[in-house]
Design a binder for this molecule. Structure first.
Ligand code: ADP
Ligand code: ASP
Ligand code: MG
Length: 425
């Protein structure tokens, strides 16, 4: 008997009809003789609607109360799903994150899983029931409070359960047929990827491909969980995320493509500290100030200093919601650091081209820059890793940049991808 963890995202359970459709799929998996654990997200755009509601009540909601509010979303979907499955004649029990033993750190809104003790889930399985677990939520032993794992965190709930229960596979059901060469909402001719290495998936997820939560990919890699991303609206096989050390899942001797996929995001801001004295220790001072605000810095660029002033500019990118804090902290230290100006720009986008084949190919950056030049797109910042090149452009050029690069690197498919549901929010 196999143990299968299935995760259903919000757009797969957006209304009663969808819940019945998903319940049917779960019942079929159970009746085929498998043990089934389900992680479920809040219905449709519930999480966004709850966030809007909180913002309408108070400008800066208390993080503890916000987590209480948001976790209610997954409670609704888990209970509806469990009762629907029971109504179809299969035993099912729903569990909140804390009942399912998802033990986390205490940081509200971005808690990390520290332990998984799924005793009640195991008992439910032993009794022949399907266990439905609320995604995205946990419990901190330190604060004794309910926490959330960050947006998109239900994927991580599913992977953590799969690892703790020793599942045979973790299936991530969503509103597209798998992981594509880029977001099919931006490029309808994006191509489905049959199998992608965990390393490439990590870079894509870290660069904004929200089809999988970054921490879910990390967790799966660390614990050797097999991931299968597929649609809850079709029976197509989706995308397998695999460890190349264990070989390609189809046993194929495939040549690595140079470019595997393109990811993009607008949720970034650029901070430029101008007129920084070009002496040792200034970068350390600036980034220590920023680090104290807990901002996650991504790309950093420092210019050569002007010969006449011996001053330089340092720019860096941070997630949008952390940018203002970083700027306020720097402003407060303007005199002690000795810089002359501070600029904040939230109209930027980051586009990343990812491919393990880049390691062994030259000329990829030249090809990328040429394609953007031909399309008249200005590059503001550049950063690279072994298997990724990221560029920063104006926010309103993001979609065009993705399309241009998708075509330039020969990724366009002959057919259009199906986006089955969801608002893309
Ligand atoms: P769920 O609610 O199922 O968790 P998400 O909205 O979090 O779904 O993720 C699925 C969405 O991710 C797709 O509808 C698609 O718009 C977007 N997406 C971004 N990049 C990719 C990609 N490379 N492949 C597939 N989907 C992607
Ligand atoms: N409901 C949460 C969100 O919208 C978690 C998830 O769907 O993965 O971010
Ligand atoms: Mg998601």
């Amino acid at each position: 008997m196999a143990l299968i963890v299935q995760k259903f995202g919000g757009s797969s359970v957006s209304d009663a009809e969808s819940i019945k459709r998903v319940a049917k799929r779960i019942v079929e998996t159970r009746r085929a003789g498998n043990e089934v654990v389900v992680a479920v997200s809040a219905m449709g755009d519930t999480t966004d609607e709850l966030l809007d509601l909180a913002a309408a009540c108070t400008p800066i909601p208390a993080p503890r109360e916000l987590d209480m509010l948001l976790t209610a979303g997954e409670r609704i979907s888990m209970a509806l799903l469990a009762m629907t499955i029971k109504g179809m004649g299969v035993e099912a029990l729903s569990f909140t994150g804390s009942q399912a033993g998802m033990i986390t750190t205490a940081e509200h809104g971005s808690a990390k899983i520290v332990d998984v003790t799924p005793g009640r889930v195991r008992e439910a399985l032993d009794e022949g029931a399907v266990a439905i677990v609320a995604g995205f939520q946990g419990f901190s032993r330190d604060s004794r409070d309910i926490t959330t794992l960050g947006r998109g965190g239900s994927d991580t709930t599913a992977v953590a359960l799969a690892a703790a229960l020793g599942a045979d596979v973790c299936e991530i059901y969503t509103d597209v047929d798998g992981v594509f060469t880029t977001d099919p909402r931006i490029v309808p001719r994006a191509r489905k990827i049959d199998a992608i290495t965990a390393e490439e998936m990590l870079e894509l997820a870290a660069s904004g491909a929200k089809v999988l939560h970054l921490r879910a990919v990390e967790y799966a890699r660390r614990h050797g969980v097999a991931l299968h991303v597929r649609s809850s609206f079709s029976n197509e096989t989706g995308t397998i995320v695999y460890d190349p050390a264990k070989g390609h899942p189809k046993g194929a001797q495939v040549e690595e493509p140079i470019i595997t996929g393109i990811a993009a995001e607008k949720n970034e801001a650029k901070v430029t500290v101008g007129g920084v004295p070009d002496v040792p220790g200034k970068a350390a001072q600036i980034f220590e100030i920023v680090a104290k605000t807990n901002a996650n810095i991504d790309i950093i660029v420092q210019n050569v200093s002007a010969a006449d002033t011996n001053r330089t500019d340092i720019s860096f990118t941070v997630p949008l919601e952390e940018g203002r804090r970083a700027v306020e902290a720097l402003e407060a230290e303007r005199e002690s650091v000795g810089f002359l100006s501070l600029q904040y720009d939230d109209q930027i986008a980051k586009v990343a081209v990812v491919g393990a084949g880049m390691r062994t190919s030259s000329g990829v950056s030249a090809q990328l820059f040429r394609a953007l030049y031909d399309a008249g797109i200005n590059i503001e910042m550049i950063s690279t890793s072994e298997i990724r090149i990221s560029v920063v452009t104006r926010a309103d050029l993001m979609e065009q940049t993705v399309r241009v690069l998708h075509t330039a690197f020969g990724l366009d498919s002959d057919t259009e991808a199906t986006v089955y549901a969801g608002t893309g929010r």
